[in-house]
Design a binder for this molecule. Sequence first.
Ligand SMILES: Cc1ncc(COP(=O)(O)O)c(C=O)c1O
Length: 381
Amino acid sequence: MKHDNPPLLMIPGPVFMHPRIYEAFSRPLIGHRTPEFEEFFEETINMFKKLIQTKNEVFLLTGSSTSAMDSAIANVVSPGDKVLNVVQGKFSERWLELTKAYGGESIVLNIEWGKAVRGEDIARSLEKNKDIKFITICHNETSTGILNPAEEIGKVAREYDKILIVDGVTSVGGDYVYPDKWNFDILAGGSQKCVGIPPGLGMIMVGPRAWEIIESRKFIPSYYLNLLKYREDHMPFTPSIPHIYALHESLLMIEEEGFENRVKRHRIMGKATREGIKAIGLDLFADEKFASNTVTAVSYPNSIKDEEFRKAIQDKGVLIAGGQGKIKGKIFRIAHMNVVTEREILVTLSLIELALSQLGFLKNLGKGVKAADEIFFKNKK
Ligand SMILES: Cc1ncc(COP(=O)(O)O)c(C=O)c1O
């Protein structure tokens, strides 16, 4: 494997990282039990808490984002507990798999892939099944490019007095995620998405209603992910020190940019990508009213083969993602997370146009790039 010409990562994780993150990640290690590191670790947690405006406890787990999801279910769902799993893509489906893995009784609310789940859909399921205890959702469903109305869902969950468990893996750091205001009881996050550091860190926020359940359990079926251990000592096991350096640096960069500005930038990148795609003549996969600001999914025209198309783009140095699960081969996805700016969007759209022309779908090049650039221009005024 050669490292001298890294591709531009336009996939939904790992993402294109700022040089400051590479620098932070390669700093010399210090002992994690030193007061110096302990202080740094706490400061990092507090910066993360500030990002999501929470007063609840947050823990940093060494593991990919799924470790935070696994921890969420392992700690609160007892065998036989009824869990309403909203399934509308690959990642919301992961909650269903985890529920089953820990013996929960899953009640599935299937939503068409590419559509959002609404509060009223959830309320209907709760009316039918009064003994549901938990609700799981994926805030930003990366596999379809949908951003669910989490605030509306949180209101319903609280109205019905259910524990709401949310995957914020591709929204935290790139879009508004306010767990306290929006009534989330548990929120799972990850490192290699909108906070733009290498994969390997999971974040988990746990609210008081979830703690009540955790404290009342006789047995928690996990050792490494047992949240009581993390509450007692924020570092029960040796943390990945480079990830903590990198997360701290990233959170510093987010503060410097200003979170409002950061979200605005993500929204502009999302809008420019969608307008570019439509101008090219391709269809967006997701309902545009609930379009994600961090990832865009695009339906392939019948004549285009996924592998050929993505290879043509990859050969010119840009990596975009294919579809997953039952929509594999039917869509491709462009991520616009972390430090992405108009430069990366314009390059990606031009390569998409070039590939489509190479494959005989497109005759006139430049429409997508122009439409995206108009969005950038409008937003500069
Ligand atoms: C929304 C969402 N949840 C969970 C995951 C799983 O993350 P990981 O592979 O870091 O465990 C991903 C990865 O793409 C994701 O996008």
